[in-house]
Ligand binder design. Sequence first.
Ligand SMILES: [Zn+2]
Length: 324
Amino acid sequence: MNKTVNTALGPISVEAMGKTLVHEHFWFTYAGWYGNTLYVNDRKEMVKIGVDLVERVRAFGVNTICDPTGLDCGRMPDVLKEIADITGFNIIFSTGYSYEAEGGAAYFRWKNAIGQGYDELFELYMTEITEGVGRTGPKPGFIKVGTSLNKITPYEEMNLRVAAHVSRETGVPIASHTEEGTMGPDIAKFLISEGADPKKIVLYHMCGNSDVKYHKRCLSQGVWSSFDRFGVQGFVGCPMDEDRSTMFMGLIGTGYIDQLLMSQDMVNLWLGKPPAWPQPMIDSLANWSSTHIFERIIPAMQSAGLTDAQVDKILIENPKKLFS
Ligand SMILES: [Zn+2]
């Protein structure tokens, strides 16, 4: 069994992961932002914001963040490494392209059309994981992929296939974005049919779905279900925190705690020109932060019966098992 995981500072023992947030973004934006040359992010400022994030989560005992920013959505491993150097904090970042509407799909869609998409993408993910980003940089600890709302496009299917094959070869986990919590059972089924180990598959944003039968169709395949959008409330397809918590507690009550993960999908910095949110969104996102689950969600669940041992299982033991 592989007992180490790649972080921005190199491999560490999975025992050293400790309390882990499985889905937080030091920064993020949508593919194409780099075209706006009027707003180029200052590296020093990014490092400062990143160090501040580490300090805020450390106050709640967090030792590790998994940052699934797609390499087409602003992933910058060398800047993450600088933050890790300063803080000594574990940052597990990903390789992988995001889902079609959010990421930079055009390049590999074109390569796919001329029959070269799969091979080039496979070489990229394999090389990043085994040799490092750009062959010499830090190594990603997992593969991030994604699918669209209620469908998996041909481009996304190629990406999933590559991820399954690279995971099978290297043993690193695959984490898939689901749009509003849709397509989970299909993603799991497809990745498993392509040779991925279900225990290495994470379905993100499952808290976007309030259908218990749907959750069981995912979990019965042995994959991980990530409730990682606590604090994102009031958008189409995004249930409120109390809906997420109800489903989460219900799944624990029916015996699925060994497959559950928890986070907030917080974007701590939007690359490019900072967004000016309209007032209804400011209200909806009032509690959205990388410490929200510690400040509000877990305490509420504990008053509903969640034990300290169960909290440790979800935040410490389960992430460790995923990377073991
Ligand atoms: Zn995210």
